[in-house]
Design a protein around this ligand. Structure first.
Ligand SMILES: [Zn+2]
Length: 314
Protein backbone atom coordinates (compact mmCIF):
# COMPACT_ATOMS: atom_id res chain seq x y z
CA UNK A 1 0.00 0.00 0.00
CA UNK A 2 1.43 3.40 -0.88
CA UNK A 3 1.44 6.28 1.53
CA UNK A 4 -1.46 8.11 -0.08
CA UNK A 5 -3.72 5.10 0.24
CA UNK A 6 -2.69 4.69 3.83
CA UNK A 7 -3.53 8.30 4.56
CA UNK A 8 -7.04 7.84 3.22
CA UNK A 9 -7.68 5.07 5.70
CA UNK A 10 -8.78 7.38 8.47
CA UNK A 11 -7.52 8.77 11.68
CA UNK A 12 -4.57 6.41 11.87
CA UNK A 13 -3.55 7.73 8.49
CA UNK A 14 -4.06 11.30 9.57
CA UNK A 15 -1.90 10.73 12.61
CA UNK A 16 0.78 9.23 10.40
CA UNK A 17 0.70 12.31 8.19
CA UNK A 18 1.01 14.68 11.13
CA UNK A 19 3.92 12.72 12.51
CA UNK A 20 5.47 12.80 9.08
CA UNK A 21 5.06 16.59 8.81
CA UNK A 22 6.56 17.04 12.24
CA UNK A 23 9.60 15.00 11.34
CA UNK A 24 10.11 17.02 8.15
CA UNK A 25 10.09 20.14 10.28
CA UNK A 26 12.57 18.68 12.67
CA UNK A 27 15.10 17.64 10.06
CA UNK A 28 14.84 20.79 7.94
CA UNK A 29 13.55 23.65 10.08
CA UNK A 30 14.71 26.32 7.73
CA UNK A 31 12.59 25.27 4.78
CA UNK A 32 9.54 23.91 6.58
CA UNK A 33 7.48 27.08 6.39
CA UNK A 34 7.92 27.40 2.67
CA UNK A 35 7.64 23.72 1.72
CA UNK A 36 4.78 22.47 3.85
CA UNK A 37 1.33 22.81 2.24
CA UNK A 38 -0.05 24.58 5.27
CA UNK A 39 -3.55 25.14 3.94
CA UNK A 40 -4.26 21.67 2.54
CA UNK A 41 -4.05 19.58 5.73
CA UNK A 42 -4.79 15.87 5.85
CA UNK A 43 -7.21 14.40 3.35
CA UNK A 44 -10.71 14.18 4.67
CA UNK A 45 -12.14 10.76 5.33
CA UNK A 46 -15.78 10.36 6.19
CA UNK A 47 -15.65 7.24 8.28
CA UNK A 48 -19.38 6.96 8.95
CA UNK A 49 -20.16 7.34 5.27
CA UNK A 50 -17.91 4.35 4.66
CA UNK A 51 -19.53 2.43 7.54
CA UNK A 52 -23.05 3.03 6.28
CA UNK A 53 -22.21 2.22 2.68
CA UNK A 54 -22.40 -1.55 3.18
CA UNK A 55 -25.42 -3.72 3.92
CA UNK A 56 -24.63 -5.93 6.90
CA UNK A 57 -25.80 -9.08 8.59
CA UNK A 58 -24.16 -9.66 11.95
CA UNK A 59 -23.98 -13.45 11.89
CA UNK A 60 -22.98 -13.92 15.51
CA UNK A 61 -24.50 -11.80 18.26
CA UNK A 62 -26.07 -12.51 21.62
CA UNK A 63 -28.86 -11.31 23.82
CA UNK A 64 -28.73 -11.21 27.57
CA UNK A 65 -31.02 -11.68 30.50
CA UNK A 66 -30.75 -8.00 31.41
CA UNK A 67 -33.60 -5.51 31.03
CA UNK A 68 -31.77 -3.49 28.38
CA UNK A 69 -31.44 -6.46 26.02
CA UNK A 70 -31.95 -6.66 23.09
CA UNK A 71 -32.52 -2.88 22.84
CA UNK A 72 -28.87 -2.09 23.55
CA UNK A 73 -27.75 -4.50 20.83
CA UNK A 74 -30.28 -3.01 18.42
CA UNK A 75 -29.00 0.48 19.18
CA UNK A 76 -25.46 -0.53 18.21
CA UNK A 77 -26.84 -2.13 15.08
CA UNK A 78 -28.75 0.98 14.04
CA UNK A 79 -25.75 3.22 14.43
CA UNK A 80 -23.53 0.92 12.39
CA UNK A 81 -25.97 0.13 9.60
CA UNK A 82 -26.40 -3.51 10.61
CA UNK A 83 -29.71 -4.58 9.09
CA UNK A 84 -29.97 -7.94 10.80
CA UNK A 85 -28.35 -9.55 13.79
CA UNK A 86 -28.42 -13.32 14.22
CA UNK A 87 -28.89 -13.56 17.95
CA UNK A 88 -28.79 -16.45 20.35
CA UNK A 89 -28.46 -17.04 24.04
CA UNK A 90 -25.56 -19.48 24.21
CA UNK A 91 -25.93 -22.30 26.68
CA UNK A 92 -23.31 -21.31 29.24
CA UNK A 93 -24.61 -23.64 31.93
CA UNK A 94 -23.93 -27.24 32.79
CA UNK A 95 -25.26 -29.77 32.27
CA UNK A 96 -27.48 -27.96 29.76
CA UNK A 97 -30.73 -29.84 30.30
CA UNK A 98 -33.73 -29.60 27.95
CA UNK A 99 -35.45 -27.32 30.46
CA UNK A 100 -32.42 -25.05 30.34
CA UNK A 101 -32.06 -24.88 26.57
CA UNK A 102 -35.79 -24.34 26.08
CA UNK A 103 -35.64 -21.45 28.52
CA UNK A 104 -32.63 -19.97 26.71
CA UNK A 105 -34.36 -20.29 23.34
CA UNK A 106 -37.55 -18.75 24.72
CA UNK A 107 -35.56 -15.59 25.41
CA UNK A 108 -34.47 -15.47 21.77
CA UNK A 109 -37.94 -16.26 20.43
CA UNK A 110 -39.41 -13.43 22.47
CA UNK A 111 -36.86 -11.01 21.02
CA UNK A 112 -37.27 -12.00 17.36
CA UNK A 113 -41.04 -11.74 17.66
CA UNK A 114 -40.70 -8.25 19.11
CA UNK A 115 -38.15 -7.05 16.53
CA UNK A 116 -38.72 -9.15 13.41
CA UNK A 117 -37.20 -6.53 11.10
CA UNK A 118 -33.81 -6.55 12.74
CA UNK A 119 -33.30 -9.82 14.58
CA UNK A 120 -32.86 -13.35 13.26
CA UNK A 121 -32.94 -16.16 15.78
CA UNK A 122 -30.49 -18.99 16.34
CA UNK A 123 -31.39 -21.87 18.64
CA UNK A 124 -29.21 -23.79 21.05
CA UNK A 125 -29.48 -27.39 22.20
CA UNK A 126 -27.55 -30.18 23.83
CA UNK A 127 -27.18 -33.42 21.83
CA UNK A 128 -26.80 -35.45 25.02
CA UNK A 129 -30.58 -35.19 24.94
CA UNK A 130 -31.17 -36.44 21.43
CA UNK A 131 -34.94 -36.51 21.13
CA UNK A 132 -35.46 -33.33 23.12
CA UNK A 133 -32.93 -31.58 20.89
CA UNK A 134 -34.64 -32.77 17.71
CA UNK A 135 -37.98 -31.64 19.14
CA UNK A 136 -36.43 -28.29 19.99
CA UNK A 137 -35.18 -27.83 16.42
CA UNK A 138 -38.76 -28.26 15.23
CA UNK A 139 -40.20 -25.95 17.88
CA UNK A 140 -37.66 -23.22 17.12
CA UNK A 141 -37.95 -23.59 13.35
CA UNK A 142 -41.72 -23.27 13.65
CA UNK A 143 -41.12 -20.11 15.68
CA UNK A 144 -39.18 -18.64 12.76
CA UNK A 145 -35.57 -19.28 13.73
CA UNK A 146 -33.09 -19.64 10.89
CA UNK A 147 -30.51 -22.13 12.17
CA UNK A 148 -28.38 -22.82 15.16
CA UNK A 149 -27.15 -20.10 17.43
CA UNK A 150 -23.71 -20.52 18.89
CA UNK A 151 -23.64 -24.13 20.04
CA UNK A 152 -21.55 -24.45 23.15
CA UNK A 153 -19.23 -26.60 25.18
CA UNK A 154 -21.44 -29.45 26.42
CA UNK A 155 -20.43 -31.78 23.57
CA UNK A 156 -17.71 -31.53 20.93
CA UNK A 157 -19.07 -30.76 17.48
CA UNK A 158 -17.65 -34.02 16.05
CA UNK A 159 -18.98 -36.26 18.83
CA UNK A 160 -21.26 -39.02 17.47
CA UNK A 161 -24.02 -37.59 19.67
CA UNK A 162 -24.13 -34.72 17.23
CA UNK A 163 -24.60 -36.88 14.13
CA UNK A 164 -28.43 -37.10 14.18
CA UNK A 165 -28.64 -33.41 15.00
CA UNK A 166 -26.34 -32.46 12.15
CA UNK A 167 -28.21 -34.71 9.74
CA UNK A 168 -31.44 -32.94 10.66
CA UNK A 169 -29.82 -29.52 10.19
CA UNK A 170 -28.50 -30.60 6.78
CA UNK A 171 -32.04 -31.67 5.80
CA UNK A 172 -33.26 -28.23 6.81
CA UNK A 173 -30.37 -26.52 4.92
CA UNK A 174 -29.38 -24.68 8.08
CA UNK A 175 -26.00 -23.25 9.00
CA UNK A 176 -24.36 -25.07 11.91
CA UNK A 177 -22.69 -22.44 14.07
CA UNK A 178 -20.53 -23.50 16.98
CA UNK A 179 -18.20 -21.97 19.48
CA UNK A 180 -14.61 -23.05 18.93
CA UNK A 181 -11.28 -22.36 20.56
CA UNK A 182 -7.85 -22.90 19.12
CA UNK A 183 -6.27 -23.69 22.48
CA UNK A 184 -2.72 -23.64 21.17
CA UNK A 185 -0.30 -22.22 23.66
CA UNK A 186 3.40 -21.44 23.81
CA UNK A 187 5.44 -23.44 21.32
CA UNK A 188 2.32 -24.83 19.68
CA UNK A 189 1.42 -27.12 22.58
CA UNK A 190 -2.19 -27.67 23.51
CA UNK A 191 -3.01 -25.70 26.59
CA UNK A 192 -3.76 -27.60 29.75
CA UNK A 193 -6.80 -26.41 31.55
CA UNK A 194 -7.34 -26.39 35.26
CA UNK A 195 -11.08 -26.80 35.28
CA UNK A 196 -11.91 -23.29 34.14
CA UNK A 197 -12.49 -24.58 30.61
CA UNK A 198 -14.97 -27.30 29.79
CA UNK A 199 -13.17 -30.37 28.40
CA UNK A 200 -15.65 -30.81 25.54
CA UNK A 201 -15.04 -27.41 24.01
CA UNK A 202 -14.58 -27.86 20.25
CA UNK A 203 -11.17 -27.13 18.75
CA UNK A 204 -10.39 -26.49 15.07
CA UNK A 205 -9.47 -30.13 14.43
CA UNK A 206 -12.96 -31.15 15.62
CA UNK A 207 -14.46 -28.91 12.94
CA UNK A 208 -12.27 -30.47 10.26
CA UNK A 209 -13.32 -33.92 11.42
CA UNK A 210 -17.04 -33.19 11.23
CA UNK A 211 -16.73 -31.21 7.98
CA UNK A 212 -15.07 -34.23 6.37
CA UNK A 213 -17.76 -36.55 7.65
CA UNK A 214 -20.53 -34.26 6.39
CA UNK A 215 -19.28 -32.41 3.30
CA UNK A 216 -22.84 -31.23 2.65
CA UNK A 217 -23.02 -29.60 6.09
CA UNK A 218 -22.37 -25.88 6.40
CA UNK A 219 -20.23 -25.15 9.44
CA UNK A 220 -19.61 -21.72 10.95
CA UNK A 221 -16.50 -21.57 13.10
CA UNK A 222 -17.11 -18.84 15.65
CA UNK A 223 -14.95 -15.77 16.22
CA UNK A 224 -11.51 -15.96 14.65
CA UNK A 225 -10.98 -12.72 16.60
CA UNK A 226 -11.55 -14.36 19.97
CA UNK A 227 -7.88 -14.39 20.84
CA UNK A 228 -6.81 -17.78 19.55
CA UNK A 229 -4.29 -18.52 16.84
CA UNK A 230 -6.24 -17.36 13.76
CA UNK A 231 -3.35 -18.12 11.44
CA UNK A 232 -3.45 -21.74 12.54
CA UNK A 233 -7.24 -21.87 12.21
CA UNK A 234 -7.25 -20.43 8.68
CA UNK A 235 -4.43 -22.69 7.50
CA UNK A 236 -6.16 -25.74 8.93
CA UNK A 237 -9.54 -24.92 7.35
CA UNK A 238 -8.15 -24.02 3.94
CA UNK A 239 -8.97 -27.32 2.23
CA UNK A 240 -12.44 -27.77 3.73
CA UNK A 241 -14.78 -25.57 1.72
CA UNK A 242 -17.78 -26.24 3.96
CA UNK A 243 -16.13 -24.57 6.95
CA UNK A 244 -16.79 -20.85 7.11
CA UNK A 245 -15.29 -18.53 9.70
CA UNK A 246 -17.01 -15.63 11.40
CA UNK A 247 -14.91 -12.56 11.96
CA UNK A 248 -16.17 -11.70 15.43
CA UNK A 249 -14.26 -11.30 18.65
CA UNK A 250 -12.68 -8.50 20.62
CA UNK A 251 -9.12 -9.29 19.52
CA UNK A 252 -8.36 -7.59 16.26
CA UNK A 253 -4.81 -8.18 15.20
CA UNK A 254 -3.78 -6.31 12.09
CA UNK A 255 -3.91 -8.47 8.97
CA UNK A 256 -6.28 -11.04 10.43
CA UNK A 257 -9.01 -10.45 7.85
CA UNK A 258 -6.52 -10.19 4.99
CA UNK A 259 -4.92 -13.43 6.08
CA UNK A 260 -8.28 -15.21 6.31
CA UNK A 261 -9.28 -14.06 2.81
CA UNK A 262 -5.95 -15.11 1.35
CA UNK A 263 -6.25 -18.61 2.84
CA UNK A 264 -9.99 -19.27 2.66
CA UNK A 265 -11.07 -17.06 -0.21
CA UNK A 266 -13.46 -14.16 -0.12
CA UNK A 267 -16.56 -16.39 -0.02
CA UNK A 268 -15.88 -18.12 3.29
CA UNK A 269 -15.90 -15.24 5.76
CA UNK A 270 -19.03 -14.04 7.58
CA UNK A 271 -19.11 -10.62 9.19
CA UNK A 272 -19.91 -10.96 12.89
CA UNK A 273 -19.47 -9.04 16.12
CA UNK A 274 -20.07 -11.37 19.04
CA UNK A 275 -21.22 -8.03 20.48
CA UNK A 276 -17.92 -6.23 19.88
CA UNK A 277 -19.75 -4.06 17.40
CA UNK A 278 -17.46 -1.17 16.51
CA UNK A 279 -14.34 -3.27 16.30
CA UNK A 280 -16.04 -5.79 14.08
CA UNK A 281 -17.08 -3.27 11.48
CA UNK A 282 -13.73 -1.51 11.68
CA UNK A 283 -11.64 -4.59 11.06
CA UNK A 284 -13.42 -5.27 7.76
CA UNK A 285 -13.16 -1.66 6.64
CA UNK A 286 -9.47 -1.56 7.56
CA UNK A 287 -8.61 -4.69 5.60
CA UNK A 288 -7.03 -4.44 2.15
CA UNK A 289 -10.10 -5.66 0.33
CA UNK A 290 -12.02 -4.53 -2.71
CA UNK A 291 -15.45 -3.06 -2.37
CA UNK A 292 -16.97 -6.26 -3.73
CA UNK A 293 -15.06 -8.38 -1.21
CA UNK A 294 -16.35 -6.23 1.64
CA UNK A 295 -19.91 -6.54 0.34
CA UNK A 296 -19.57 -10.29 0.29
CA UNK A 297 -18.21 -10.52 3.82
CA UNK A 298 -20.62 -8.02 5.32
CA UNK A 299 -23.72 -9.47 3.69
CA UNK A 300 -23.76 -11.68 0.62
CA UNK A 301 -21.79 -14.73 1.73
CA UNK A 302 -24.13 -15.47 4.60
CA UNK A 303 -27.28 -14.37 2.81
CA UNK A 304 -26.55 -16.64 -0.15
CA UNK A 305 -26.47 -19.59 2.24
CA UNK A 306 -29.67 -18.44 3.92
CA UNK A 307 -31.31 -18.30 0.50
CA UNK A 308 -30.49 -21.96 -0.11
CA UNK A 309 -32.81 -22.78 2.76
CA UNK A 310 -35.42 -20.24 1.69
CA UNK A 311 -34.53 -17.89 4.54
CA UNK A 312 -32.71 -15.15 2.67
CA UNK A 313 -32.87 -11.46 3.49
CA UNK A 314 -34.33 -9.38 0.63
ZN1 LIG B 1 -18.01 -18.28 21.47
Amino acid sequence: MNRRKFVTRGTAGMAAMLVSSASIGKSAPGIREAAAPVTSGPQRYDLMKEVMKYRKIDTHAHIYWTDDSPETQLDYGRRLGIEKQVISRYLDVMPGTPDQFRKFNDLTIKAIKKYPDHLLGGFVLNPVYKQESLDEIKRCTDAGMIGTGELYYQVKINDPKYFPIIEKLIDLKMIIHSHGECQLGVGGYRMKYNGYKQPNTSIPEDFVDIARRYPEGIFQYAHIGMGGDWEYECKLFRDYPNIYVDTSGSNNAENMIDFAVSHLGEDRLFFASDNSYYQSVGKILAANLTERQKQKIFFDNYNNLLKKGGRGVD
